[in-house]
Design a protein around this ligand. Structure first.
Ligand SMILES: C[S@@+](CC[C@H](N)C(=O)[O-])C[C@H]1O[C@@H](n2cnc3c(N)ncnc32)[C@H](O)[C@@H]1O
Length: 293
């Protein structure tokens, strides 16, 4: 075989390999454009190390649109053809969640927050809770269970559950989950708050209508205006701002503070902290804060 023929074979092989490894062409320029767009639209900061994650999360969008490279996808986003921006945001967000995640938050809610509120709000008998960044609903349903188990029937307890991602909100509103999602819950809770599907719904479980009625699901981007009527008695914003820069976190927590009652509680994610972010809240427990007066 001549050198030229050999070289040609090598190039062909490399191209084939590249194609096998990567289904879509994805350049540095595409990645920079997408990172900036995500940050502008959602506040999420995507580090250089997340390049593969961006590629894999967006690949299904390129497949759905029958595209062969990211350059065309970026162009579609730039022109926001067919409302692709929404699908893009839905694909890029991280939605990991579970029922009673960080169980000590729900113990604190039942054992400390509720007794305080039953006293403080006795005149109105109203409690308002916000789950900001509620993902597929496990968090607000856990809050609803915890509240319904301890507040008197004639109290008006409502939970606002918001997220930027319209796909997760649809799942949350449906309130139907695979049985594995509730496997770690105690029998007493499963019995009281879930009904197992049968026939074509085998393997699924549905949350009780009483819980669904306590919750209003709504799309809300924390980076935009918040049409939320305060005052909020309890706020959960867990594992959401972890993806934002410090300045954005400060703006968001200060804005939360403006809508919260004095002494009300804020629950944040297990690896988050308000240290050097804002002093509008005082740390009173593990990732549990009290809004200062
Ligand atoms: C990792 S999940 C956390 C879910 C739940 N709070 C928990 O801790 O289990 C983060 C959620 O924040 C949402 N999110 C990200 N950026 C947002 C923004 N700018 N506005 C509102 N929600 C956002 C995502 O869509 C995602 O569902």
């Amino acid at each position: 075989m001549t050198d030229a023929a050999h070289g040609g074979q090598e190039v062909a092989m490399l191209e084939r390999l590249n194609h096998e490894v990567k289904e879509f062409r994805f350049t540095d320029r595409d990645f920079q454009y997408l990172r900036q767009l995500v940050n502008r639209e959602t506040g999420i900061v995507i580090t250089a190390a997340k390049r593969e994650m961006v590629y894999s999360r967006l690949s299904r969008r390129l497949r759905a649109l029958n595209l062969t490279d990211f350059e065309d996808y970026c162009r579609i986003l730039e022109e926001d053809e067919q409302g692709e921006l929404n699908a893009f945001i839905n694909a890029i967000t991280t939605n990991l969640t579970s029922f009673f995640r960080e169980p000590h938050h729900f113990d604190h809610l039942q054992n400390t927050v509720v007794p305080d509120l039953l006293n403080k709000n006795a005149a109105t008998r109203r409690i308002r809770i916000w789950s900001a960044g509620c993902s597929t609903g496990e968090e607000p349903y856990s809050i609803a269970m915890a509240m319904a188990e301890v507040i008197p029937d004639d109290w008006d307890c409502r939970i606002l559950a918001t997220d930027i991602d319209t796909d997760v909100l649809m799942k949350a509103e449906r309130g139907i989950y695979p049985l594995e999602r509730v496997a770690s819950l105690p029998q007493s809770r499963l019995k009281r708050w879930f009904s197992r599907g049968s026939g074509s719904n085998q393997g699924l479980t549905r949350v009780a209508p009483e819980l669904r009625e306590m919750i209003t699901f709504r799309r809300l981007n924390l980076m935009e205006a918040w049409p939320v009527n305060g005052p909020i008695d309890v706020l959960f914003c867990r594992n959401v701002v972890i993806y934002f820069d410090k300045e954005t976190q400060r703006r968001i927590f200060d804005k939360f503070a403006e809508r919260m009652e004095d002494n009300s509680r804020l629950f944040i994610g297990h690896s988050e902290s308000l240290f050097k972010i804002t002093n509008r809240f005082e740390l009173i427990g593990q990732t549990i804060y009290r809004k200062r007066s």
